[in-house]
Design a binder for this molecule. Structure first.
Ligand code: NAD
Ligand code: UD1
Length: 341
């Protein structure tokens, strides 16, 4: 029996595939490579000594999905595949809603046909919108989202909950990720955002450190934090990957129908604290300028992690300094991501 990992050559997917292979699971990946590269497979093999089965294809392609389910004995699914840029989704809402939601529908239909009952879904802290208070608890109000991307995550959570409640045997978990950073400690896999100018803080910092961008813009220094800069819950991708194994284990051993869990560290780190950590691990100064706040930014965001600790028995181990070390290690070894230049 195999675990089907959709989006398994992507950033989080590849790290989760490594953890699954390391504990002896058989893995089947489906990915259309719209935001990842085939070279990831060799890197996974270099780390684990094993090669997952791979289908290059789109989850919007119903025939492809059917082929994957009929050619493999699938026990459970981790569903990462989807489009993930909040900013891009504001420009192309239809593309985001269609891809993310219809892909999930196609998977659910195939699951029903082939009697596959367990699925872990990649949701996001973005479903909390701009919370009135932090930390974010799973029971807090969700759905006041700031982008079509956020809307797609919220709607898929509702869809999964409804689907499971209407059918016997189906079990789903939605994991709400906080800010993903870090890379595999080997430096062989990490986040590859190609040649584009990053929106997110960590890839921006590493490109400034490599001299590919001149300086960092720090978006605002008058938030209610120790140094006035924005505060986030930065979680290492290896910790996050392990959270998926804990979620699968929970699905395998309980009668849960649908549940949601935050995956974060439970601690907030400011922009300037993260900058200092990168300066330490790289031994270089990071030039920056304080600018106006970025429209749409939430001031503070961090997770309550009590539920995941208690019920999944999972806890993040890496600190934000570890994240800086591993992100930097990956970027130095792969200054242009998986491409040679
Ligand atoms: P990623 O872009 O690196 O990985 C997603 C993978 O899915 C890519 O390899 C892409 O090629 C593939 N894909 C996209 N659409 C597809 C389709 N229609 N059919 C088949 N494959 C398709 O992203 P990631 O950072 O690894 O994120 C994985 C999931 O986690 C996404 O659903 C994302 O929304 C969610 N998430 C990510 C973050 C983050 O900060 N990275 C935060 C919260 C939630
Ligand atoms: C962003 C996205 C969100 C997505 C999340 C995870 C926006 C408005 N939000 O959130 O949809 O779910 O990433 O991928 O794009 N910062 C700087 N300078 C920079 C970049 C960021 O100061 O060049 C600051 C931000 O103001 C924030 C922190 O760094 O305080 C983290 O920013 P970022 O990495 O973009 O993540 P989020 O804002 O949490």
């Amino acid at each position: 029996m195999s675990v089907l990992v959709t989006g398994g050559t992507g950033f989080i997917g590849s790290h989760t595939v490594v953890e699954l292979l390391n504990v002896g699971e058989d893995v089947v990946i489906v990915d259309n490579l719209c935001n990842s590269r085939i070279e990831v497979l060799e890197r996974i093999t270099a780390i684990t000594g094993k090669t997952p089965k791979f289908y290059k294809g789109d989850l919007l392609d119903v025939e492809l999905v059917e082929r994957v389910f009929s050619e493999n004995k699938i026990d459970s699914i981790i569903h990462f595949a989807g489009l993930k840029s909040g900013a891009e989704s504001i420009l192309e809402p239809g593309k985001y809603l269609n891809t993310n939601i219809i892909s999930t529908f196609n998977l659910l239909n195939a699951m029903e046909k082939h009697n596959v009952y367990k699925l872990v879904f990649s949701s996001s802290a973005t479903v909390y919108g701009t919370p009135e208070e932090v930390p974010d608890y799973e029971i807090d109000l969700v759905g006041k989202v700031c982008s079509p991307y956020g809307l797609s995550k919220y709607l898929i959570e509702l869809l999964l909950k409804d689907f499971a409640s209407q059918r016997k045997d189906f079990k789903f978990i939605a994991l709400r990720y906080f800010n993903l950073v870090g890379a595999h400690p080997s430096g062989l896999i990490g986040e590859d955002d190609g040649q584009s100018i990053p929106n997110n803080l960590v890839p921006y910092i590493t490109k400034v450190l490599l001299g590919q961008l001149p300086y960092l813009k720090v978006y605002g220094n008058s938030y209610d934090t120790v140094d006035g800069t924005g505060l986030r819950d930065y979680i290492h991708v290896v910790d996050l990957a392990k959270g998926h194994l804990a979620a699968l284990n929970y699905l395998n051993n309980t009668d849960v129908k649908f549940d949601v869990f935050n995956l974060g560290t439970g601690k907030g780190t400011t922009v300037l604290q993260l900058v200092a950590a990168f300066e330490k691990v790289s031994g270089k100064k990071i030039p920056y300028q304080i600018t106006d706040i970025r429209p749409g930014d939430v001031p503070l965001s961090f997770a309550s992690v009590e539920k995941a600790n208690k019920i999944l028995g999972w806890k993040a181990e890496y600190t934000y300094e570890d994240c800086a070390r591993d992100s930097w290690n990956w970027q130095v070894k792969n200054p242009y991501g998986y491409s040679k230049e």
